[in-house]
Each structure stands twice: as structure tokens, then as C-alpha cells.
Design a protein around this ligand. Structure first.
Ligand code: TRP
Ligand code: SF4
Length: 339
């Protein structure tokens, strides 16, 4: 706490750490749900953003062959939207071995009960039926996540609500560590990312596994087609049937995220009276979406031409991350009486 106060006095911004599992090309759900938030944080804070490739292995250990490609695709998207490898540190978790060392040490003092009680663990055991996740690594997922965060002495972790229990666990582990060995780590705070409703073409939450996603790297033609065929209020069978925007997944996502107030008013008017069809309503916002994505796609096309230099950037930033991580580990070894 004292440290926080000092920081405020000196106006040192809090360090931010966040990771994403390498899921390949990112979709609009990632963009509006996570990346826009990272872009804001990058303006004010020192940010460490990493590809959680070890975490991916907790579920992909049987076939890890896609991980490198998924890492590159995801990083291409990060850079395309404007995550800046000069301002922020962008790297892969597996490139900084210190995460693993700290993970081992933290595992010594983390009670099993804390992990077994973890709600995401219990959920996933039920949900991931097609994979055997009754592994030691999967149970220890939040311990590794804790190491990821505190190895950089981060003060703030931007995550969605689903990850909040993990950060809570991190705080408990930190308290236990500090109690045993002295005040080494600040307690990381959860910076809850506002849950934006981004629905996919079938009206369910946009998700790669539902095959309903619009990807940042889809061509404008594909994006337009996906938007035109996206489900709307089912009450609107014919063009003249009145509808309700609040029951329309297309409206929920695209008009709410991209349209100005007067367009939204117009939609309410024409939808509820059945004055215009869905295609015309959609056409009002499709160009806005394409316009927003255009510079991102341009940047991606450029980066794709030189993937080697993207890999080089990752490598360089991995070294930047290691400098901080090494320093932390020296301190940790010392307080734990290790050489
Ligand atoms: N568990 C996170 C997820 O699935 C990814 C992650 C790994 C992470 N380590 C982290 C997020 C550290 C924040 C901080 O989304
Ligand atoms: Fe949705 Fe617009 Fe169709 Fe109404 S008119 S159902 S808001 S797409």
C-alpha cells in the first residue's frame, strides 16, 4: 500500500500486464472486447502484452503444432490494430523462462484447495469433454498466470469477468508469499474490461468455436457478406413485418458499436414500423465497419509481407521483458535462500 502511495506522489503510472492465448486470427469480439482496451492502456501505462503459449498447452498438449502459426497470426492482428512494440513490450510467454521458474516456486506455497475451488477449473472440467484436462498443468493454470503477472511486479491486470477469479487467486498467492518471505510483490489489481456485447452471425456470442465470427483479416467482401446474412429479429419474416431492434443481434452488435445517435433513432423508427427491410437497415452501418477496418487491414497487408521482421520484433521485445523478469527473480531467489 505504501508503495502505491509513493507511486501516486511521484506520478509513476502503474505497470500493466496481460496475456492472450494464441488462438490465431482475431475477430471483432477480440477487437472491441480486449484490444481497444489495450490501446487505451498503452497510451498511459507501461504495458507488457504477451502470447500465453504455455497456457495454450494446458488444453492443446496433444497437438501443439498449430501454436506457432496461431501466435504469429495473433501478433499480426495486435500490431495491425496499433499495439505498438516500442511503447509496449510484446512477447511470448515461452520466451521468458523466468515465468516458469517463478511458477515452480509459487507452486510450493499454493494450497491445493485454492486451485480445486477455482470456478473456471470446475467449469472447464465439465465443458471440455472432448479433451482430458485432468492434468497437473491444468489445475496449476492460475499459478502460472500469477507468475506471468508478478514477475513484472504488475499493478494492474486488464481481464474480462471470466478471468477475475484467477486474479483474485493471484492476490492470495502474493499475500502468502509476502507473508512468508517479506514484501516482494505488489498485489495486482483486476482492471475489469467492460463486457461489450459482440454477437456473431448466428446471434450467439462471437466465438471461433461457433464458426460465427467476423475476423479482422476477412476481406471487405467477406465482411459485407457475413453482415448481410447475419440473423436479425426473427419477427421480421417479411420486409413489412414490424420488428424490435432490442431483439435484433445485428442491431445489438453493429448499430450499437458503430452508428451515431441519429442513425439509431432512424433504425428504431423504420424497424418498429416495418418501413424498410433489414438489408437496407444493415446497409446504413456496413460502410462504417469497413471504414474502421480499412487502416487495420492495410497495416496487416504490409506486415504480412515481412513476417520475419515481425518475428524479430517479438524476439527483441522478449529480451526487454526478460530484463525485468530477471531482476525480479534475483530478488525472489535471495528471499527464498536460493543461490
Ligand atoms: N488466462 C488468460 C486467458 O485465458 C490468459 C492469461 C495468461 C493472462 N496469463 C495471463 C491474462 C496473465 C492476464 C494476465 O484469457
Ligand atoms: Fe435488426 Fe435493422 Fe432488421 Fe430491425 S431492421 S431487425 S434493427 S436489421
Amino acid at each position: 500500500m505504501k508503495k502505491e502511495a509513493e507511486k501516486k506522489e511521484k506520478n509513476i503510472p502503474t505497470r500493466v500486464v496481460s496475456g492472450m492465448r494464441p488462438s490465431g486470427k482475431l475477430h471483432l469480439g477480440h477487437f472491441h472486447g480486449v484490444l481497444e482496451n489495450w490501446l487505451e492502456l498503452q497510451k498511459k501505462h507501461e504495458c507488457f502484452f504477451f502470447v500465453a503459449d504455455w497456457h495454450a498447452l494446458t488444453t492443446e498438449y496433444e497437438d501443439p503444432s498449430k501454436v506457432p502459426e496461431n501466435t504469429l497470426e495473433m501478433v499480426l492482428d495486435w500490431l495491425s490494430v496499433g499495439i505498438d512494440p516500442v511503447k509496449s513490450v510484446i512477447f511470448t510467454q515461452s520466451g521468458v523462462k523466468e515465468h516458469a521458474e517463478l511458477y515452480v516456486l509459487l507452486s510450493m506455497l499454493t494450497p491445493l484447495g485454492w486451485l480445486e475451488r477455482n470456478p473456471t477449473y470446475k467449469e472447464q472440467l465439465v465443458e471440455l469433454k472432448n479433451r482430458d484436462v485432468r492434468t497437473y498443468g491444468f489445475l496449476g493454470y492460475p499459478v502460472l498466470q500469477t507468475a506471468d503477472i508478478i514477475v513484472y511486479q504488475a499493478g494492474m491486470v486488464p481481464v474480462g469477468i471470466d478471468q477475475a477469479p484467477h486474479i483474485e487467486l493471484s492476490r492470495e498467492i502474493v499475500r502468502r508469499f509476502n507473508h512468508l518471505y517479506g514484501e516482494v510483490f505488489p498485489e495486482p489489481k483486476t482492471l475489469l474490461t467492460e463486457a461489450k456485447k459482440v454477437l456473431g452471425t448466428d446471434g450467439r456470442k462471437m466465438s471461433k468455436s461457433y464458426d460465427n465470427s467476423i475476423y479482422l483479416s476477412d476481406t471487405p467482401e467477406v465482411i459485407e457478406k457475413k453482415m448481410r446474412t447475419m440473423v436479425t429479429d426473427t419477427a421480421r419474416q417479411r420486409k413489412t413485418d414490424p420488428g424490435n431492434p432490442e431483439k435484433c443481434p445485428f442491431f445489438e452488435t453493429f448499430h450499437k458499436l458503430y452508428s451515431d445517435e441519429s442513425t439509431i433513432e432512424w433504425v428504431h423508427e423504420v424497424c418498429t414500423t416495418g418501413a424498410v427491410g433489414c438489408i437496407e437497415c444493415k446497409q446504413r452501418v456496413i460502410p462504417k465497419v469497413l471504414e474502421t477496418l480499412e487502416p487495420i487491414q492495410k497495416k496487416r497487408a504490409e506486415l504480412e509481407k515481412d513476417k520475419a521482421s515481425v518475428m524479430e520484433t517479438l524476439k527483441k521485445d522478449t529480451e526487454r521483458a526478460r530484463i525485468v523478469a530477471r531482476e525480479t527473480m534475483e530478488k525472489v531467489r535471495s528471499v527464498m535462500s536460493l543461490g
